[in-house]
Design a protein around this ligand. Sequence first.
Ligand SMILES: Cc1cc2nc3c(=O)[nH]c(=O)nc-3n(C[C@H](O)[C@H](O)[C@H](O)COP(=O)(O)OP(=O)(O)OC[C@H]3O[C@@H](n4cnc5c(N)ncnc54)[C@H](O)[C@@H]3O)c2cc1C
Length: 319
Amino acid sequence: MNLLGSFEQDKVVFQFKDIDNKLKENKTINSSDSVLEKFIKNIKFPGLNICPCRPGENAAQTLLKNFINEKKIYSYNSARDFPSYNGTSFLSASLRFGTISIRKVWNATLNLNSDFANQENYLSIETWQKELVWREFYQHCLFNFPELEKGPYRKKWDHFPWQNNNEWFQHWSNGDTGVPIVDAAMRQLNSTGWMHNRCRMIVASFLVKDLICNWQMGEKKFMETLVDGDLAANNGGWQWSASSGMDPKPLRIFNPYTQAKKFDPICEYIKYWIPELSKVSNSELLNGEISNLEKNNYSSPIVNHNIQQRLFKSLYAEI
Ligand SMILES: Cc1cc2nc3c(=O)[nH]c(=O)nc-3n(C[C@H](O)[C@H](O)[C@H](O)COP(=O)(O)OP(=O)(O)OC[C@H]3O[C@@H](n4cnc5c(N)ncnc54)[C@H](O)[C@@H]3O)c2cc1C
């Protein structure tokens, strides 16, 4: 979101615009004594305290230093998939905006290679390096195939009969689908501008394979909302999730309940982002059988995963 301000004779007009330059909010502050004071009172940066990415060069260096010195890099392999755990570097926005260079980050991992104490340490360094390589890979993909920005790499996906139900899309976008892990993740995104990688994969699969919405709708929402929004990485992530990209595995459908069982087994992440579910038992949350929905002020799932995945597969078989 961009904030634009213009000074007129006796007032200041602030406009909040999204990346497509569409106006989201218009605020006028009439100026009598201190315009700046009123500006300070009115301006809000929601999520600054909880978004794990940090702006600026010094902050980027600190994130890298902490990731390595606090030895998080040595347990990355086992920790990186659990969204309630701070197991990743949070360097994505720094890399996106160039407040740290990929060379600096890569070189920091090379110095560690001779230092590893055991197999898990070694695997973890290697896994993290591979994530950096994914970033480079997607940049190369976009550089060599600029048409990726406009549509699928695998051309047959141009003919997929997307349903693009706008009501369902809004539920997804607002974190209000009735599927706890999906809603928790979308609420994290909307409140902080960041989302854990495992959850990006889960919500992307859900939008495309369960709600049968064109992946480009999700790609756009992410670009509008992510602090690390990056055309190459985002497009690559969405095409990977939609199975329309360069990935060798043709069709991958995540079951959001199985994903939650594996990666948020005690529902810490779900309950943090959906406090109204804090008193519901973990087994109800993980199996998608929440009783007393009204009492919990939470909606029932907008779709049934098993039915939708069968429908998706049958549509896929036709293209
Ligand atoms: C649908 C979808 C959309 C995504 N959109 C973006 C995006 O707009 N911008 C973005 O930077 N990443 C994107 N990613 C990749 C990934 O989710 C984030 O880079 C990661 O969550 C950032 O957290 P981190 O910095 O703690 O990563 P770490 O796990 O610490 O990884 C280190 C760095 O490697 C790079 N990286 C890690 N995983 C990936 C990946 N799968 N693809 C490309 N680069 C990766 C990032 O620069 C990251 O900062 C997307 C993934 C998916 C599935």
